[in-house]
Design a protein around this ligand. Structure first.
Ligand code: G6Q
Length: 554
């Protein structure tokens, strides 16, 4: 455990100290009181960008807190780091790579250079290839090997090559071409691919093998299983593979070796991190389902947010404000987790998506130069869609001992016509933020129970159980409607907010050595599981588990 208060990141001692001193003024305040003292609080601490509206007034902050946080950002040279990213500098310093998901959605098409070469012509060429392919699949000119249209998309990928397209496709379900079906296979557990194949038809299924490296064990195992399944059902018709398998990868050689024609390969580049790749050809399943025009609207929404992040002053910059509030929570108020609570069933996969985006980016223990950090970095990110979560873990959020800062996300307009449902959903979302903030005092509980006619003694017994401390922070993000454009803006907002935190902490948000480790570890154990000899090369627990597992398989 790191000591509290946590020491400042190197070079930020002065603004950090100012925030620590300021914290002593904030600690005794209750959100309920600061709201009743300042009727303008909502106007002061809310911001609109396009069709997104952020209310961050239910955070334990004053105007002074924000000023001090902006000063912290200035001292950390946040503006400089933002420019470095947008200009294609190699800010992923452990892999020597630029970080240019912003180039993938650079609809202004201004040149962005890596090693002196503008990447935009290549980005545009792949978008053009996606457009041509998407249109021909959707209008049936690119059909299956028997001439039937391809209506069932099976995306095989994992991590960054799965979570983004899966989440966005699910969120944009109302925009799918009628009749289209989709499956996202990620897990190496054979149940995953078996369930997808059980519903697939070899005449009408398009398999997308999505892997940046094209070496990831889970994806390649699933891809080979799909290939075998297909050949078994087409009497070994290898030529038909070209009509049913495409690849999205940076590794042309491995794609060829798998047997996929290069014409059916969609490229992307090493400067696109897996968890930031849905904007690249990794988004192909999205484009196939909703059409290229809407995929481009998704890019346009993200691009608008990019411009906002790059150019808006800190005081009016949604991503900067959110990122700095996260720092305030994590390093000063000492919270260890962050809940993402979309009040929209279509956004039900957003928490899982952001779990990767945030925890893989900011789950780091050393600074950019390799020195161990002395302060906390990324929190545990988790969540469920509302209102489901209310009937489960909200208990802990209201009355537990672990503070849970939360983001509530709510579209104002729904895609269905069940008005009553949407009103109930919205009412719950807004009511929860109010209840978390206000809580319920002992005297309120007493009044309530007296009115219900309970005897005095019973009232006193129940008061502590029915009292809510309140003073629990949340952000509320309203969105006009869950359109491709607004979804693009929302995802980009989170990406940049994560980046802001990494800049303050001086960590590299764009590598993932912990994930790489996982890719290597299993190989050795897999060999031990396949061998007839007892496993003996590991510690007693690992050896014992391998041997017990083998014993139990018979
Ligand atoms: C993302 C990570 C990781 C990666 C997967 C899949 O940022 O690097 O989640 O996306 O491990 O990797 P491939 O796309 O190379 O199969």
């Amino acid at each position: 455990m790191l000591a509290s208060p946590q020491p400042a990141p190197e070079g930020l001692e002065k603004p950090w100290q100012a925030l620590l001193e300021h914290l002593e003024k904030i600690r005794p305040l209750h959100l309920r009181d600061i709201f009743s003292e300042d009727p303008d609080r909502f106007d002061k601490f809310s911001i609109q960008f396009d069709e997104l509206f952020l209310d961050y007034s239910k955070n334990p902050i004053t105007e002074e807190t924000l000023e001090l946080l902006f000063e912290l950002a200035r001292q950390a040279d946040l503006s400089g780091w933002i420019e470095r990213m947008f200009r294609g500098e190699k800010i992923n310093n452990t892999e020597g790579r630029a970080v240019l998901h912003v180039a993938l959605r650079n609809r202004a098409n201004t040149p962005i250079k890596v090693d002196g070469r503008d990447v935009m012509p290549e980005v545009n060429a792949v978008l053009q290839q996606m457009q041509t392919f998407t249109e021909s699949v959707r209008n049936g000119t690119f059909s299956g090997h028997t001439g039937r249209p391809l209506e069932h998309i099976v995306n095989i990928g994992i991590g960054g090559s799965d979570l983004g397209p899966r989440m966005v496709s699910t969120a944009l379900r109302p925009y799918w071409k009628p009749g289209m079906k989709a499956h996202f296979v990620s897990n190496v557990d054979g149940t995953d691919i078996s369930e997808a194949l059980a519903q697939a038809d070899p005449e009408t299924t398009l398999f997308i093998i999505a892997s940046k490296t094209f070496t990831t064990r889970e994806t390649m195992t699933n891809a080979h299983t799909a290939r075998r399944w297909f050949l078994e059902r087409t009497k070994g018709n290898e030529k038909a593979i070209a009509r049913h398998f495409v690849a999205v990868s940076t590794n042309a050689e491995a794609v060829r070796a798998f047997g996929i024609d290069e014409a059916n390969m969609f490229r992307f580049w090493e400067w696109v991190g897996g968890r930031y790749s849905l904007w690249s050809a990794i988004g192909l399943p999205i484009a196939l389902l909703v059409g290229m025009e809407r995929f481009e609207a998704l890019l346009a929404g993200a691009h608008a947010m990019d411009n906002h992040f790059r150019h808006a002053p800190f005081e009016r910059n949604m991503a900067v404000i959110l990122g700095l509030l996260d720092i305030w929570q994590r390093n000063f108020l000492g919270t260890g987790n962050h809940a993402v609570l979309p009040y929209d069933h279509s956004l039900r996969l957003l928490p899982a998506y952001l779990q990767q985006a945030d925890m893989e980016s900011n789950g780091k223990g050393v600074t950019r130069d390799g020195t161990p950090v002395q302060h906390h970095t990324g929190p545990v990110v988790w969540g469920q869609p509302g209102t489901n979560g209310q009937h489960a873990f909200f208990q802990l959020m209201h009355q537990g001992t672990e503070p849970v800062p939360a983001d509530f996300i709510l579209p104002a307009q729904s895609h269905h016509s069940l008005e009553e449902h949407h009103r109930i959903l919205a009412a719950n979302c807004i009511a929860q933020t109010e209840a978390l903030m206000k809580g319920k005092t002992a005297s309120e509980v007493r009044r309530e129970l007296t009115a219900a006619g309970l005897p005095e003694e019973e009232i006193e017994r129940l008061v502590p159980h029915r009292t809510f401390p309140g003073n629990r922070a949340s952000n509320t993000l309203l969105m006009k409607k869950l359109t491709p454009y607004n979804l693009g803006a929302l995802i980009a907002l989170y990406e940049h907010r994560i980046f802001v935190q990494s800049v303050i902490w001086n960590i590299n948000a764009f590598d993932q050595w912990g994930v790489e480790l996982g890719k290597q570890l299993a190989a050795d154990i897999e060999a031990a599981l396949a061998s007839d000899a007892p496993c003996s090369g590991h510690d007693s627990s690992t050896n014992g588990l391998v041997n017990k597992f083998k014993e139990m398989t018979t």
